[in-house]
Write a protein that binds this ligand. Sequence first.
Ligand SMILES: C[S@@+](CC[C@H](N)C(=O)[O-])C[C@H]1O[C@@H](n2cnc3c(N)ncnc32)[C@H](O)[C@@H]1O
Length: 301
Amino acid sequence: MTTLAQTVAGVRARLAEAGIADAAMEARILVGGLLVLSATEIFVGGDRLLDAAEIAKIEDAVARRLKREPVHRILGRREFHGLDFLISTETLEPRPDTEVLVDSILDHVRQFGDRDIRILDLGTGTGAIILALLDGVPSASGIGSDISADALNTAAENARRFGLEQRFQTVQSHWFDKIDGSFDIIVSNPPYIRSDVIPALEPEVRNFDPMAALDGGTDGLAAYREIASQAEGFLKADGCIAVEIGFDQRQAVTELFEAAGFKLLQARQDYGDNDRVLIFAKSVFDVAKQKKKLGIPKEAG
Ligand SMILES: C[S@@+](CC[C@H](N)C(=O)[O-])C[C@H]1O[C@@H](n2cnc3c(N)ncnc32)[C@H](O)[C@@H]1O
């Protein structure tokens, strides 16, 4: 018979031997996730004996991790902005850096008071961005759109899990093609990695994240080009559009949006201090006034 503590230690040793960084943390997340135990329960319940079915489940998961499948994909879920999101084959695992995009928008939403807010999330994946926003803003409703039907099913299931399904709709669409209406806020974390960089990514990303979520075309900007060129017709006069970007894309993406009639309201950095989020408003709108209203310092962006 094996105890929980022995099992966690054994998993940690095998992951470390395979060169997986943070093996101790991953072992705890993997075993805890599979047995539905919190970090504290793992810590205090080390003497618990595991049965054969539990051990088989853990063995299967470790074999997958040793083939470089990411822990959260093995578990089928990942926490994002305090919500436990289901992940599926065609969804990206939501990343902590994307929480910066959510927090930036939550800061801005104050300007709208209690009025109904319509949000569009292009390339919604698990629904991470829009569902975190709907969770934080009770007067908001919106659409999560994606090219992938599998992703939209997962986003709809996540909305049900969080009790947000009444305020959330999915639309299968290539960017704006099947979208109707106008929105206070448009958000997108589109695929933005240059095609030639993808083979050099970590196997966890290149072999397990869906290619449609990664590949931004030859210069990494294909999705921004399409989104920027059409966004104007879908945004209310005082609305804003926020996009996540790669660490070196601020200038190129800003130029694309400026060429399409937008002005940069704000740029935000991620936890590693890289440029990660750009927020634009229609340039016909008084951007200085907009910044004042939103509490954005004049020099920001
Ligand atoms: C980087 S992932 C972002 C997923 C999610 N929003 C997040 O932040 O975790 C990009 C998403 O865009 C979707 N996508 C790719 N090409 C698309 C297209 N032409 N039209 C609409 N969505 C697309 C992908 O399926 C994927 O879900």
